[in-house]
Design a protein around this ligand. Structure first.
Ligand SMILES: [Zn+2]
Length: 353
């Protein structure tokens, strides 16, 4: 008999709403993720300490682990600390670094991971990838998807607004990433996963078209859902293809060429996506994307994050080297320095100032 459907690796619980954190213990018990209440909770020293104070009374069976940073060493240390603790699950409570550390540690000790995100800076909160700093710079490690994702919009509101902005840029960049995937399919016959592409694109479109702003619960709800769905899209396709194309190559190039000056992930990805859409000849889409990014206070020109046009041209030129094997509009056009300069000048004119 043929396989009629496929199973999608996805969290058992997705709880996104104001006040979700207060019900964390009940949700985990009800869904049989942790009936005993034995949890290893990884938090940061900073904002994590405040959250710990607030929710520790509702998690009497939890042990708390302070995570230093977002390095592979931090993650390995966390894994050895929680090993042998007879926990039902590991909870990563914090921003991207804490969740990535917890993801890696949970995978290493064979426990499910509950991601409790305290900001919306990028789409890694529900993805099957842990991004950790290592001796070679930064590495991406494959891990299981979280078993539960909890996002309390009241907590998100307390995080600096630049984290929300970064998430917007990362979500919207899906549109450009999926266009790159389709290009690779047309030109190179690369296999495209229609479901993963649909999930990632619709997530990006929902954020792009939502009329609200960073201060509205309605908008934050859609943004958080978009980031979660993007992570699941990556699980469906088995790689970052649905959410990472030329936009992310440009982002990586900023990080690698200017490690000290790089801006937020989503700021660079949003700018990269608006420019990549222009490069592929989707001029109206590029202008519309730039307009939305601007409305949310995100950069659409390199000067807005402290880079000169010449530095940006070099970033675009270097971008394909950051992700060997990934075919995007950058590899397709294979532009020389002078050509990038010309297209950039046209892009600047097209989006206006
Ligand atoms: Zn991203």
């Amino acid at each position: 008999m043929p396989v009629l459907t496929r199973l999608i690796p996805s969290p058992v619980v997705v709880d996104i709403r104001p006040g979700a954190l207060d019900d964390l213990a009940c949700v985990l018990a009800d869904e049989r993720i942790s009936q005993s209440g034995r949890l290893a909770v990884a938090v940061s020293g900073g904002s994590g300490a405040r959250l710990r104070e607030r929710i520790a009374p509702s998690l009497p069976g939890a042990d708390w682990y302070q995570v230093g940073g977002g390095t592979i060493d931090d993650a390995v240390r966390l894994a050895s600390d929680i090993k042998g603790g007879h926990y039902d699950a590991v909870v990563g409570l914090g921003g991207g670094k804490i969740i990535d550390c917890a993801k890696f540690a949970a995978a290493r000790v064979g426990l499910p991971l509950v991601a409790v995100a305290t900001n919306l800076a990028h789409d890694g909160l529900c993805s099957p990838v842990a991004t950790l700093d290592n001796d070679a710079g930064r590495g991406s490690y494959g891990v299981p998807n979280p078993i539960a994702v909890v996002i309390d919009l009241n907590v998100i509101r307390e995080a600096p607004v630049r984290f929300v902005r970064s998430g917007i840029g990362d979500a919207v960049s899906n549109i450009s990433a999926v266009a790159d995937w389709e290009l690779a399919h047309r030109v190179n016959g690369e296999k495209i996963d229609g479901l993963a592409a649909a999930m990632a694109r619709q997530a990006g479109e929902a954020v792009l078209r939502h009329p609200g702003g960073v201060g509205d619960d309605g908008f934050l709800q859609v943004l958080a859902e978009a980031l979660v769905l993007t992570g699941i899209a990556m699980s469906v396709s088995g790689d970052s293809r649905p959410s990472s194309g030329a936009c992310h190559e440009i982002n990586h190039a900023f990080d690698l060429l200017h490690p000290k000056r790089a801006a937020a992930h989503g700021e660079q990805c949003g700018l990269g996506a608006a420019f990549a859409m222009y490069l592929r000849g989707a001029h109206e889409e590029s202008a519309a994307m730039a307009e939305v990014l601007r409305r949310h206070g995100l950069p659409v020109l390199p000067e807005e994050i402290g880079f000169t046009p010449d530095e940006f041209v070099r970033v675009v030129e270097f971008a394909p080297e950051t992700r060997p094997g990934r075919f995007t509009i950058l590899e397709h056009l294979d532009l020389k320095t002078e050509q990038i300069k010309d297209v950039y000048a046209d892009y600047v004119k097209a989006i206006g100032s």
